[in-house]
Write a protein that binds this ligand. Sequence first.
Ligand code: 5GP
Length: 191
Amino acid sequence: MDALKKRILEDGKVLSGNVLKVDSFLNHRIDTEFVLEIGREFKKIFSDCEINKILTIEASGIAVSFATAQSFNFCPVVFAKKGAASNMGNDVYHASLYSYTRRADFEIYVSKSYLTKGDKVLIIDDFLANGEALNALIKICEQADCELVGCGVVIEKAMQKGGEMIREKGIRVEALARIYSMDAEKGIEFC
Ligand code: 5GP
């Protein structure tokens, strides 16, 4: 998506530890018009697919999933919660993951009421790095015995192993921008 690549080059900041900061438009201050455009782009890419639910992870996946859902007949968005809330009960799917940005292990939970056999699910997230977040969401789809149609990520850091690992499982992964390399001084190079 050319407009996204342009925006990353204009507004993105490369931090130490291979972290790209895009919080001026994607995951802190949200450029709502632009994120809706991202949602329409996911619809174009997955236009051949029947999807009745979008699954994501809090917090950064929610806005882009909400935007994408509007292009898929306003289907529901289910977001995995980090840490079980006291009102979730025991009827939950859960998976563990290591957070790239927080540098810590944690569990995610989804209520069994909101993801069931027969659902055709598109997983959406903001970033794909080592694949921990997508992998945990995939495990939750497996527990729910639903049909995983594919995964859409806004930005894939292709120099990390996550995309390759998930595609090797035969799962469709689409990224709107794929970063080949990034460096605070040399800048960002796309695939
Ligand atoms: P993974 O689980 O694939 O290693 O990393 C993806 C998750 O970590 C995403 O949910 C995203 O929130 C976060 N993340 C990974 N890399 C970056 C990055 O470079 N910048 C930002 N802002 N978030 C990242």
